[in-house]
Design a protein around this ligand. Structure first.
Ligand code: SAM
Ligand code: SF4
Length: 418
């Protein structure tokens, strides 16, 4: 896979460093405050965090392989950016965004409803903003789903507690081995995800995080609502990012879909994780049955207001045709609208979107998205982590397809920066 390029440290100021990728500069945080890092060192950074320092010889070997391709990818990306619209209302909104003025809720709702040529123009405009703000950088994260046991009963979720299904828990050894395999494949950011599973003791999780951290990867936790002491211990062990969606900005709907839980507690957790120092990725489900008019725009605005580090949102995928899936256009428009309201946003094109169309990754990246996720859970377990039907995709094929796509649309594995 090897979808990460090392960069050269061009300068250090406080806990931040400037990283140079073939002349393109990005800022990244030092993962450990006391890390011995000097100008001229070569590093890997992910999600705006330096995760590994490597030898000059190793870096130069990799950079030599990338140099020509890096500039070819840039050219390709540039060639695919096109803007313009015949629609005066759309044109006026684009001008408003360019002038740095905020868009109102009604304007967001209108943009989200666009279809056909207008939707194409919206996505092209968002893609041009992505290129201006983040260049052609693209992160590819790996996800390891280490347990499908869950004490919660979220009605949208295929592994909720009351479902009668085959359950698994990876042992600490299996989890560390799966991470080592992903690191060997070239992943530099790994999401460790599970149901809310209290089976694992703090010591087990801390040990696993410490071992995985030594592999030179950015560790994202996606383990639900757990004790803050545990989150602090995992941060101290080397985890630096957390994926915690708030699912819906409507408090009543939140408690209906997540019985026994309150939106305010979820939002408090997000804020506490930010205080600990975690980079937080959050977002919502699109098209939950009963989603109110304007709720999608409100979800976008709430995510932005939280000031987190990455957007993660995607369609609610119902099980067994129980309801119609949300349409892909709405999800793609959501990516574009996020780009318009938060130009520098890091926007993940989520795996759930791919169940709506085999073209979803490409369309999402061309609508303003800039990150992808590939499931690298060992196959025997991944098949059982059935949040929704059609989720399982063999990792090897996905990696090959993703690399081909990124090559085709000119995206490079330089870090997105802060
Ligand atoms: N248990 C943790 C939590 O809830 O935060 C992490 C794992 S949970 C499976 C991760 C995410 O899966 C949730 O935040 C939810 O948005 C998403 N999810 C669950 N069921 C889904 C469905 N049917 N369609 C799309 N996404 C779903
Ligand atoms: Fe459990 Fe998370 Fe699924 Fe809710 S969404 S049932 S907490 S795994």
């Amino acid at each position: 896979m090897c979808y990460a390029i090392p960069g050269r440290v061009a300068g250090i100021s406080g806990n931040k460093a400037t990283i140079d990728y073939f002349g393109e500069k990005k800022t990244a945080l030092l993962l450990d405050r006391n890390a011995k890092l000097e100008t001229g060192n070569y590093v890997y950074a992910q999600g705006g965090v330096i995760v590994d320092v490597i030898s000059e010889a190793e870096a130069k070997k990799t950079l030599a392989l990338w140099e020509k391709r890096f500039f070819a990818l840039k050219e390709k990306d540039d060639s695919l950016v096109a803007t313009g619209t015949q629609n005066p209302k759309l044109s006026a909104l684009f001008a408003k965004v360019r002038a740095g003025k905020p868009l109102g809720k009604d304007e967001l709702n209108w943009l989200l409803s666009l279809r056909g040529q207008d939707a194409d123009a919206l996505r092209s405009f968002a893609n041009s903003l992505r290129r201006e703000e983040l260049k052609n950088s693209c992160c590819v994260h790996g996800i390891i789903e280490f347990s499908n046991h869950c004490g919660m009963n979220c009605l949208y979720c295929g592994i909720r507690a009351t479902r009668n299904m085959e359950r698994y828990r990876m042992t600490e050894k299996e989890l560390v081995a799966a991470a080592a395999n992903a690191a060997k494949l070239g992943f530099r950011a790994l999401v460790l995800q599970s149901g809310e599973d209290k089976f694992y003791s703090g010591e087990t999780l801390v040990r696993a995080v410490q071992k995985i951290r030594r592999m030179g990867v950015l560790i994202f936790l996606s383990i639900g609502e757990r004790d803050l002491k545990l989150y602090q211990a995992l941060y101290d062990a080397g985890a630096r990012a957390a994926l915690v969606r708030f699912e819906t900005s409507n408090p009543a709907s939140y408690s209906r879909w997540r019985p026994g839980r309150k939106l305010e507690d979820r939002l408090r957790l997000i804020r506490e994780l930010q205080k600990i120092g975690y980079l937080v990725s959050t977002g919502f489900l699109i098209g939950l049955p009963g989603e109110g008019e304007g709720e999608l725009a409100e979800n976008i605005l709430l995510t932005r207001g939280l000031g987190t580090d990455m957007y993660s949102f995607g369609p609610y995928i119902p099980r067994n045709g129980e309801k119609e899936k949300p349409d892909l256009d709405r999800c793609l428009n959501a990516i574009s609208v996020v780009r318009l309201v938060d130009r520098k946003a890091k926007i993940l094109v989520t795996t759930a979107m791919e169940t709506l169309s085999p073209e979803a990754k490409r369309l999402g990246l061309m609508a303003g998205g800039n990150s992808l996720m590939i499931d690298v859970t060992p196959e025997k377990y991944s098949r059982l982590y059935e949040l929704y039907q059609g989720k399982y995709k063999p990792a090897k094929e996905e990696i090959a397809k993703t690399l081909a796509l990124l090559n085709e649309i000119g995206r490079a594995p330089t870090d997105l920066g802060l």
